[in-house]
Design a protein around this ligand. Sequence first.
Ligand code: NAD
Length: 380
Amino acid sequence: MNKRTIPYISGDGVGPEVTTAMKLVLDAALSKACGGESQIEWLEVPAGQKAFDEYGTYLPDSTLEAFKEYHVGIKGPLTTPIGGGIRSLNVALRQGLDLYVCLRPVRWFRGVVSPVRYPENVDMVVFRENTEDIYAGIEWDSGTPEASRFYSFIHDELGVEKVRFPESSSFGVKPVSREGSERLIRAAFRYAITHDRKKVTLVHKGNIMKYTEGGFKRWGYALAEREFAEELSSGKLVVDDCITDAFLQNALLKPEAYSVIATMNLNGDYISDMLAAQVGGIGIAPGANINFETGNAIFEATHGTAPDIAGKNIVNPCSNILSGAMMLEHLGWNKAAELIYSALEKSFGEGYATADLARLMPEGKALGTKEFTEHLISLL
Ligand code: NAD
């Protein structure tokens, strides 16, 4: 029997509800697809408020160790602790495991109401760089001695005269490296080739930020020629690029022109949420953070802890369920993942969904989280 131990973080707020739903659906899909030959052994690991209450820390070392030991895991949403030490548990997990790709597939499910006319044309996979860019958190508040020293350095030592209001400016640093860009873009190229998607678009703002965003683009093209020459000449891989603002327009006007997107941290943040909205919102957008070299990966619901609806049996569990389906694909259990996609499509097509989606459907029939999960399992 093929058995995998999967560490999971249940999460805060609505986390336990979406995690229970995800585990039930994945177990049922695996049993249906593999007839008991493949199984997940679930291993709960502590993080978030629950961990703090029990162990006095939001992220015990043992949790990070479990993800390192078993390589692949999944998590529900976590509250970002306010004040004191830790910026964000998600960031701590990504940094602790060096999960440099934030992977966000975006596709439409028949039946889901979308704000665009042809949501079926949206079928993209976004590779967002996870460790660099203005997101690195290197910044100083205006009026602090650090901001003043930073300004003095760039003004006195580097001759920078362009800061309009130096006294009241905050400063941030945007590190973008060749290595960091290449490993992200390489992962996108390999994904496009192995998933028969062919085209990778490098999305950047290199017309303005010539060395950081422009570097990302140049390093991407150079990498393609150096490491993927054969795939380029055989047509298995096509690489182009697009300036971010143009991409945001094009993705609305002609989404069918894009397939795999490789982009930097901040662009990727905006792009993945906009694309998610085009196919029905972040309530059903799955995601994963992956290091394609070590194989470490954490799949996750992309929404937050939704404290306003926690414990009410109304949360939409689809983001976590679809992240689980991505995890099944990552583990090579594609058939089980396909069963989940078909069941979701059938359910939405008949108007059965949780209230957030059902209320927008012309023939929508709202189900509670538990009832929706049971319905989905019955459709597998
Ligand atoms: P949120 O995503 O929790 O909620 C925003 C709104 O969307 C709320 O009205 C909520 O009820 C609704 N919503 C979210 N997910 C839903 C779902 N699956 N089904 C139905 N409705 C849903 O964002 P927020 O309120 O800005 O953040 C709350 C907390 O979550 C904060 O502590 C934040 O830091 C954290 N957060 C965590 C993650 C993560 O762990 N990946 C991501 C975002 C926010």
